[in-house]
Design a protein around this ligand. Structure first.
Ligand SMILES: [Zn+2]
Length: 374
């Protein structure tokens, strides 16, 4: 009798589980449907993610579908967290529809959970090598072991480090992560800058606030590591065009990740994206655009629309192409194949008999071969 009761209890628990899973799935499906409709009417709405939108009602103007107009630019999203919770799986279709050709992807930032999301980013790259550009962030920059992680991951084929927290005191989320740097010269960051310069790989740094000691230390890092490419993550967030101009003028190894959604849609972004156009025109080779997965603006789709709005504001097709695609593409393609990649390709040749031309192979080309034969 006792045994029978356990069985009944067990079955009831299983049924309850199935019930919960079914209804949570149904909610997901509903969300997707709402998003699709929003895209079809080409209207900016807040109906998409769990985050509340902070776009004021009167700013929700209908826009023409700029993604159709600029689709052939091959837009690259330079800063995207969709490895977290495998969110990218739900975004692949949107990227295709909206003409986002490639995505620099990572997940969590500068904390232990990033070790797992780095693995997700890598897996995504193995499956979609033409779309995903994997970066990683799962290392404790205060631990000498971080140097091994950085070297191993770059050898394996990751294209950059990021998002790495180079300093944070203001961000409600990022200021709390366990492995954040106090400033961009903290811990083993100087040694990390030297390693990544060998690989020509960039580091995408989160720095907040974008002034004071954090920026002084960033400038020290740029000066003391002139061969290291540092990308200032969401450089336009809580920052001025004058300050961006000053930094780019002074430091040729600094690149600017422009989080378009922040300037176009976030009320804290000043509601004046036009103010950044002159500095973009002044440094045509050093800007790239990103969504930051729609952080703080309600949805990643809206953040993609904002990238196109910035390109439209440029009103210069040549410059739009550079900022949408070419500048970041050049940073990625300049990275040579690593010894580890070449060794794997040699093994592949032995196993399959296929001839690969490995002279002057780039990391991207080697990564493509390895992903396809994986
Ligand atoms: Zn971010």
């Amino acid at each position: 009798m006792q045994k029978y009761r356990y069985w009944v209890a067990g079955i009831l628990i299983i049924l309850a589980g199935v019930f919960i899973i079914y209804f949570s799935k149904e909610n997901e499906i509903k969300t997707v449907t709402v998003n699709e409709n929003a895209a079809q009417t080409t209207e900016i709405t807040e109906a998409s993610t769990n985050e509340p939108s902070i776009i004021p009602d009167d700013d929700k103007v209908a826009i023409t579908d700029l993604s159709a107009k600029y689709k052939e630019l091959g837009l690259i999203d330079a800063h995207n967290h969709d490895a977290s919770a495998l969110k990218y799986l739900g975004m692949l279709r949107t990227w295709k529809d909206k003409g986002v050709q490639q995505v620099v992807m990572f997940g969590d930032v500068s904390e232990p959970s990033a070790i797992l999301t780095d693995k997700f980013a890598w897996k995504a790259y193995q499956k979609y090598p033409n779309i995903i550009i994997p970066y990683f962030s799962g290392f404790d920059l205060h631990d000498p072991e971080s140097l091994t992680v950085v070297r191993n991951n770059l050898e394996m084929g990751f294209f950059g480090l990021g998002e790495v927290v180079g300093a944070s005191t203001m961000s409600p989320v990022v200021s709390k992560v366990a492995w954040k740097a106090n400033d961009p010269m903290d811990g083993y960051l100087p040694q990390i800058y030297d390693i990544i310069a060998e690989y020509k790989a960039p580091i995408l740094l989160h720095i907040d606030p974008p002034n004071g000691v954090a920026v002084a230390k960033l400038e020290q890092a740029l000066e003391e590591h002139p061969k290291t490419i540092i990308i200032f993550g969401h450089i336009n967030a809580y920052n001025t065009p004058e300050e961006i101009d000053r930094l780019l003028s002074k430091h040729p190894n600094l690149y600017a990740d422009f989080f378009a959604g922040f300037s176009v849609y976030n009320v804290e972004g000043g509601n004046n994206p036009e103010q950044f156009i002159p500095v973009m025109k002044k440094f045509p080779d050093r800007f790239m655009l990103s969504t930051d997965s729609g952080y703080g603006i309600g949805s990643e789709k809206t953040a993609i629309d904002a990238m196109y709005q910035m390109l439209d504001l440029l009103d210069d097709p040549g410059l739009a192409r550079k900022i949408a695609h070419d500048n970041l593409d050049a940073v990625i393609k300049a990275q040579p194949a690593t010894d580890t990649q070449l060794e794997l390709i040699r093994k592949l040749k032995q196993e399959t008999g296929t001839i690969y031309h490995v002279e002057n192979l780039s990391k991207a080309e080697a990564g493509q071969i390895l992903a396809e034969t994986n």
